[in-house]
Design a protein around this ligand. Structure first.
Ligand code: NAP
Length: 467
């Protein structure tokens, strides 16, 4: 079936919207439809609606402009951003004002647009716009981790049912290719474990605390001043961002959407420079990790928390704003991906990679390659986790205190492996232990019992340890 809108023709075939065939004779006022800047001599144009022109959106536009020739060669035809949707129409922008609109619905409803790039963020209005774009038979590329973590299964199913692409490489790990390798090159493996540093802000804060012996609050304030942390840092420092990302990766790797409610989440606010100091003495670094363990072939456990990692572990050497994912697959073995996990340029790199995929697929006339996963991953509570633990106690510096503490832990099935001690003023002492592997529920019960012992002032901190 062929349709005409002004001089721009588009056609639908099997309910599938193909690229706009732009008539070269289109008069100048139709030039929005006849690409002026394209480098490939083709009458076909991949027409893009860009939702959002902030950090990522402006990077996407810049990369398309800077690398236009090679991008168009790879896609096989011309590529053009025809409209950009923003919230504030009065903000000064470096591009012609007629490119912008605050009516984002008009972009997703525009029948001449082939691909929507959603880089607004959050679920409202991004979710409704993405859904409407798919209903309007448009391919979608998004960088939106929150949306994909909450609605990914439903949206990908919608896209698949309409033979469309819905790609979201930039939603996890910025410029690091993680989503596509998990969907494709690693898909034959049973993934046994994944551990990721998936948030640059928290990794920067922890690295600065480690390197400078500084407190969390001071480093957070300087990170905010440098623009590495938001004015409201909750999403990052309380682990929500990492939770969204590990949920997306786990959903792909295990083929079922992992409910966010099933993910145990702790942020980094409790980490102190004292813990950094003792971890260092014991040979560890503290990192905020998103972790997924396959506890049975059809069951996983996902968690986000500060974790002690041996200094020799490859993830322990990922510093500053860098991100990384380490995984173990039954055939591939250990693997690590690392790179810049955020920022305008790296994130644009992932978005443009997805866009090229969409373009190639459209050029080949193939069905979209959205890979659906169902809801309802079977998950295991953190209570059954077996792990080593770090703990720091403030005690009365008296004879037999150490022995009675060790006995109390033993009563709960927790044995102590290593320790450091320091005398504090006013007759107190600081004791730091690493335990042998223990069940989470046993360790928590032991902590409560130890905290109630007469010579124990308080449990200052405890963190899980990975190897
Ligand atoms: N920043 C990164 O490094 C990074 C990395 C990976 C993934 N991401 C993801 O990419 C997405 C975009 O992030 P960003 O950092 O580019 O965000 P940003 O800098 O805050 O930009 C957001 C853009 O969306 C527009 N927008 C926001 N709310 C809107 C609304 N209600 N209606 C219309 N337009 C609206 C804004 O319009 P105005 O320009 O008028 O304000 C702005 O252009 C998010 O999903 C984020 O999680 C970001």
């Amino acid at each position: 079936m062929r349709n005409h809108i002004g001089n721009v023709r588009y056609r639908t075939e099997n309910n599938k919207h193909f690229l706009a065939d732009v008539e070269k004779t289109a008069p100048p006022h139709q030039a929005a439809k006849a690409c002026q800047t394209c480098t490939v001599s083709s009458s076909r144009v991949l027409r893009i609606g860009l939702l959002g022109f902030g950090t990522v959106g402006s990077g996407v536009y810049r990369m398309l402009a800077d690398n236009r020739e090679s991008i168009e060669k790879k896609v096989g035809f011309a590529v053009e951003v025809v409209k950009i949707g923003v919230r504030d129409g009065s903000k000064p922008r470096e591009l012609p004002s007629d490119l912008f609109t605050t009516d984002l619905g008009s972009i997703v409803d525009d029948p001449t647009i082939d691909v929507i790039i959603e880089v607004i963020g959050g679920t409202d209005p991004a979710g409704a716009l993405v859904e409407r774009a798919i209903q309007n038979q448009k391919n979608v590329v998004t960088a939106n981790k929150e949306l994909m973590a909450k609605e990914g299964s439903r949206l990908v199913h919608m896209a698949k049912a309409r033979r469309l692409d819905l790609h979201y490489e930039a939603a996890v790990g910025g410029g690091i290719p993680l989503v596509q390798p998990l969907k494709h090159q690693l898909a034959g493996n049973a993934v046994l474990k994944m551990m990721g540093i998936l948030n640059g802000t928290t990794n920067y804060i922890l690295t600065e605390m480690q390197d400078k012996g500084a407190d969390f609050g001071d480093v957070l304030a300087s990170a905010q001043a440098l623009g590495y942390a938001e004015a409201d840092p909750t999403n990052d420092v309380d682990g929500f961002d990492t939770m969204y990302k590990i949920s997306i990766l786990a959903s792909i790797a295990f083929g079922k959407q992992v409910p966010l409610e099933s993910i145990h989440r702790e942020g980094i606010r409790a980490v102190t420079r004292t813990d950094m100091h003792y971890s260092d003495l014991l040979g560890y670094r503290i990192k905020l990790l998103g972790i997924v363990d396959a506890v049975a072939p059809d069951r996983i456990r996902a968690r986000v928390h500060p974790t002690l990692l041996p200094k020799a572990h490859p993830l322990a050497n990922v510093h500053g704003v860098y991100n990384a994912l380490w995984l173990n697959g039954d055939f591939v073995g250990d693997l690590m991906f690392s790179g810049r996990g955020a920022g305008s340029d790296p994130t644009a790199s992932a978005v443009i990679g997805d866009l090229i995929d969409v373009g190639r697929n459209l050029a080949a006339g193939g069905p979209g390659s959205a890979l659906p996963y169902d809801i309802g991953a079977k998950t295991e509570s953190i209570d059954t986790l077996q792990t080593r633990n770090y703990l720091r106690l403030i005690v009365q510096d008296r004879p037999r205190v150490l022995g009675t503490i060790a006995l109390e832990f033993g009563e709960h099935g927790v044995s102590l492996a290593e320790m450091e001690m320091k005398t504090l003023p006013e007759g107190r002492g600081e004791m730091v232990f690493l335990t042998h592997p223990a069940t989470e529920s046993d360790f928590r019960a032991a902590l409560t019992a130890v905290e109630n012992m007469p010579n124990v002032e308080r449990v200052a901190n405890s963190f899980r340890v990975e190897s």
